[in-house]
Design a binder for this molecule. Structure first.
Ligand code: MGD
Ligand code: MGD
Ligand code: SF4
Ligand code: MO
Length: 688
């Protein structure tokens, strides 16, 4: 495959992977780091090697259509005609909601926006959701309850360097966002809460290692210590918050010794954590997936926010609470309407004023917009059932690997009448599809991303795409026109989509109306909301007031519940899952990069040496793991710092190496987030 480089050599852009959105330049297929505040000129190994996929032989360059159970190359017109015809037939037979869409937090703002619009007006379906439900939805739900608004970090990352103490909960940025660690380097007191001694925990002055799924009890214990030891900022609590008393009624019963019995974290360490945070002039509490991906994830985040509020951190310059969003556009992807209950601008789909506003921008009657649909796992679980969708289109997610209880999800996908996947490679999900659409990659198209700070960034096209691929925007346009929509309603130029998105978001929570490509090209640092042309944006939120109507933050009373699935004789160990530096998510992309697979070629399970021995296993041997959902195999890696009752699997591998064959789809009641971070498993030898 030959690539023609555009006139612009060394185009400034951002990494295709995570939410740090490190600044880089692209020249041909070579990438190089670029000075940018979030990454300070650094890149991790995934960023460095991201150019490899542009010319990978595994790249899809032609649509594929299933014929006699095989995927065979086809022309674009044939593929799009077929999709439009099948969707129309299925909807005519079973109703509008028989067609569903599944999006992703890696998609640009423009794609996320157009996908939500396509669902609501080209298909008229309520059945649209996305993988962000598996990611930060618990933190989002908690943030909305506490602050009235959810922006992952309501302050620029570079503020962290001025802190005296940072409490990092369930986050392993040394592997998940390596250049992020530079912001913590000047911080004297780093406290890390993680059941594993991760490379991040290695850098902490205090490492608290709770049993997985007990963070809520730990947060209650630390808050109890803060109150009992006189660390509460009472004037802040009086002036800027509501609801402390109801929280105290619960916390009063969680003295640190009791929390120690539940979590395994020494009471003295809980008191030390409270003291370090309280004595700091400036301090932050930051959460990530370890504490959030639980059936009690949103309550757990509220428990950490309660602690932050008692210490007077949120909405004070130089201090705060934040969630470290994960996917490239994990922030923007949750704002523009690919979520089941949402319209653009972070508006609610059940809010009559929001519906009026967005319908007017779209040129359709408000009552034609469908109501909220199913959340991600519930949608996947319903596929092909009597009342569930019969057709699904997937953009930017590889659910066969990344969804919980993945064998069941694959079965549901196979039971569909029609599955379409738009991807750059033949992911495990694409391999099940009836039609696969080959799309452009980040460097071959333009679009905006909103990084973990809420800063909107422009990723400009740097190189020409190979023959045969199209952008997701072109796909949506091609389908919408075939479904009878006027062509102008689904623009193919990213900038035109962005302008419309700005209008749709105007006056909403995530207001982008003042952002233009021109301002972004000029390098302006624009953090939403940017309310109209002259507005400078909002790097720091909540300094004067929180987003609830009375301007005050809320303490939210939450009770400890513990893991949804306790261990027993049959499944005696706890499993937690997460990430390793070299691989990204379902691994669809990074498993194709030689340099990364050479370092980490296959799945491994981290086990405490005595535990491995107890089950007859030794280091380097393949083991069988099983849970109530299924079984898989992984190579044993004995790790002496592991808890004896816990094993860990990265979830980036496919087939029988999928961690998600084991995971528990118990859902958080508010966020509908599955419990990826703890379930009960058995460990043993692979049967001969
Ligand atoms: N290399 C790499 N980087 C990535 C990604 C990737 O796939 N690979 N994905 C990106 C995305 S989408 C995301 S969401 C982020 C995720 O970034 P992180 O949240 O940092 O990553 P995880 O490894 O999922 O989870 C973090 C830690 O949670 C711990 N943990 C498990 N159970 C518990 C618990 O009960 N309590 C606490 N406190 N901790 C627990 C795990 O041991 C793990 O070390 O990373 C982003 N960056
Ligand atoms: N056990 C366990 N499971 C987990 C997690 C965990 O910690 N443990 N974490 C969860 C989290 S936080 C997340 S975010 C999910 C992520 O899991 P997935 O949603 O599966 O994420 P990716 O692997 O990034 O999938 C993106 C797919 O879209 C393709 N793609 C990339 N860019 C584009 C684009 O612009 N357009 C289109 N059409 N396709 C594109 C990629 O090639 C890839 O196949 O996994 C979740 N699953
Ligand atoms: S930290 Fe994230 S954004 Fe930066 S280079 Fe690595 S994957 Fe890319
Ligand atoms: Mo994520």
């Amino acid at each position: 495959m030959t690539l023609t480089v555009d006139q612009r050599v060394n185009t400034a852009t951002h990494c295709p992977y995570c939410a740090l959105q490190c600044g880089m330049t692209v020249s041909g297929t070579a990438v190089a780091p670029r000075e940018f505040p979030a990454n300070g000129g650094g890149l991790c190994q995934k960023g460095w090697t991201s150019g490899a996929l542009l010319t990978s032989p595994a790249r899809l360059t032609s649509p594929l259509i299933r014929v006699d159970d095989r995927l065979v190359p086809a022309g674009w017109d044939d593929a799009l005609d077929l999709i439009a015809r099948r969707l129309t037939e299925i909807q005519a037979r079973y109703g509008k909601d028989a067609a569903a869409l599944f999006g992703g937090g890696g998609l640009t703002n423009e794609k996320s926006y157009l996908l939500g619009k396509f669902a609501r007006i080209a298909l008229g379906t309520s059945q649209v959701d996305y993988n962000g439900r598996f990611c930060m939805s618990s933190a989002a739900a908690a943030g909305i309850k506490a602050f009235g608004l959810d922006r992952g970090l309501p302050f620029p990352l570079t503020d962290l360097a001025g802190a005296d103490a940072v409490l990092l909960v369930g986050a392993n940025p040394a592997e998940t966002m390596p250049p992020f660690m530079q912001h913590l380097r000047p911080v004297p007191d780093l406290i890390v809460v993680d059941p594993r001694r991760t490379p991040t925990a290695e850098q902490a002055n205090l490492h608290l290692a709770p049993s997985p799924g007990t963070d809520l009890a730990l947060a209650l214990g630390i808050l109890h210590a803060a109150v009992a030891d006189g660390h509460v900022d009472w004037s802040y609590v009086d002036e800027r918050t509501r609801g402390f008393d109801a929280v105290w009624r619960i916390v009063a019963r969680w003295w640190p010794e009791r929390a120690e019995r539940v979590t395994g974290v020494a009471a003295a360490d809980q008191r030390r954590a409270a003291e370090w945070l309280a004595n700091a002039r400036n301090a932050y509490i930051l959460t990530a997936r370890g504490t959030e991906q639980h059936a009690s994830g949103s309550d757990t985040v509220n428990a950490w926010i309660n602690l932050a509020l008692a210490l007077g951190l949120p909405g004070r310059a130089g201090s705060g609470y934040g969630c470290l969003t994960g996917q490239g556009n994990g922030q923007g992807g949750r704002e523009h309407g690919q979520k089941a209950d949402q319209l653009p601008g972070y508006r609610r789909i059940d809010d009559p004023a929001a519906r009026e506003h967005v319908a007017e921008v779209w040129g359709v009657p408000a009552d034609s917009l469908p109501g909220p649909g199913r959340s991600a796992y519930e949608l996947l679980d319903a596929l092909g059932t009597e009342t569930g969708p019969k057709a699904l289109m997937v953009f930017g997610s590889n659910v066969v690997v990344s969804a919980p209880r993945s064998a069941h999800v694959a079965k549901r996908l196979s039971s569909l009448d029609f599955l379409v996947v738009s991807d750059l490679v033949l992911s495990e999900t694409a391999a099940l599809a009836d039609v696969v659409l080959p799309i452009t990659q980040w460097a071959e198209e333009s679009g905006t991303m909103t990084n973990l700070e809420g800063r909107v960034l422009l990723r400009q096209r740097a190189i020409e795409p190979p023959e045969g691929v199209r952008t997701d925007l072109e796909v949506l346009n091609g389908l919408a026109t075939r479904l009878g929509q006027p062509a102008g309603r689904f623009p193919v130029e990213a900038e035109a989509v962005f302008t419309e998105l700005g209008e749709a978001s105007r006056g909403g929570v995530a207001d982008y109306s003042g952002i233009t490509y021109e301002r972004l090209r000029a390098g302006e640092a624009l953090y939403w909301p940017v309310r109209g042309a002259g507005h400078e944006g909002t790097p720091r939120m909540f300094l004067d007031r929180f987003a609830h109507p009375d301007g005050r933050a809320r303490f939210v009373p939450v009770e400890h519940r513990g893991p949804a699935e306790p261990v027993d004789d049959e499944f005696p160990l706890q499993l937690t899952t997460g990430r390793v530096l070299q691989h990204y998510q379902s691994g669809a992309q990074t498993r194709l990069v030689a340099e990364l697979t050479e370092t980490v070629p296959e799945v491994y399970v981290e086990v405490y040496p005595d535990t491995a021995a107890r089950f007859g296993l030794s280091d380097g041997e393949w083991a069988r793991l099983s849970s109530r959902r299924g079984e898989m195999t992984a190579r044993v890696r004995c790790v002496s710092s592991m808890r004896a009752d816990l094993v860990f699997l990265p979830f980036h591998f496919a087939g029988a190496q999928r961690a998600n064959l084991l995971t528990n789809p118990a859902l958080d009641p508010s966020s509908r987030m599955p419990e990826f971070k703890v379930c009960a498993v058995a460990l043993g030898k692979v049967p001969a």
